[in-house]
Design a protein around this ligand. Structure first.
Ligand SMILES: [Zn+2]
Length: 195
């Protein structure tokens, strides 16, 4: 378990240093499959993802029962809904990364750029706003995970989920870069040529 917990700590540091999360925002989890029932290791509530310790990471079962001391992220039920709906998902990264979240607050959608694999829908899927940390948000995310690997949460942020945590991290980085590229494109297209 120590290795799995360390991966969460390392990825927390990575995404903090890449400015995908700031302050105490964002949360990360990893599913550890077991014949006695899956265990989910998740970051704590009200703590920065920078420099977490092993004892900060909280273990829960798929129903949200605490298996260790501590207070899990307020979005723990959103993570659990995804794991319950998608047996192939073993890692989740939720951020309020600035460019992607800027799109989430706007009436513009984020396009799928190259690198996402087969492009079925040109835009990332999104769901209507529900209060962060609420059961309504958790259930709406669970109902909309589909077969994809990302959901934009309207006026809130982004949640990325994949077969492992490293992939979910890469996806979170890639989506933020995609949103940034699109933002720059919009700005350039709307700017007067000054040369
Ligand atoms: Zn959030």
């Amino acid at each position: 378990m120590k290795k799995e917990v360390q991966e969460i700590i390392d990825i927390g540091n990575n995404i903090f240093n890449k400015n995908l999360v700031s302050g105490k925002s964002g949360n990360i989890s990893k599913r550890i499959k077991s014949s006695n029932g899956d265990i989910v290791a998740i970051t704590p509530t009200l703590k920065s993802l920078a420099n977490l310790n092993q004892e900060d990471i909280v273990l829960v079962d798929l129903d949200g029962n605490l298996l260790t001391k501590g207070n899990p992220s307020s979005e723990v039920f959103m993570h659990l809904e995804i794991y319950k709906k998608r047996n192939d998902v073993n890692g989740i990264v939720h951020t309020h990364s600035p460019y992607a979240t800027g799109f989430a607050f706007s009436n513009k959608r984020i396009k799928r750029l190259e690198g996402f694999g087969e492009i079925k829908d040109p835009y990332l899927p999104w769901i209507e706003y529900e209060k962060p940390g609420s059961e309504e948000l958790a259930l709406k995310v669970g109902d909309n995970v589909g077969e994809g690997d990302v959901l934009v949460l309207k006026s809130h942020g982004v949640v990325c989920f994949s077969k492992n945590l490293k992939e979910a991290e890469s996806l979170a980085v890639f989506i933020e870069e995609s949103a940034k590229t699109q933002y720059i494109t919009y700005m350039l297209n709307s700017a007067e040529d000054i040369i």
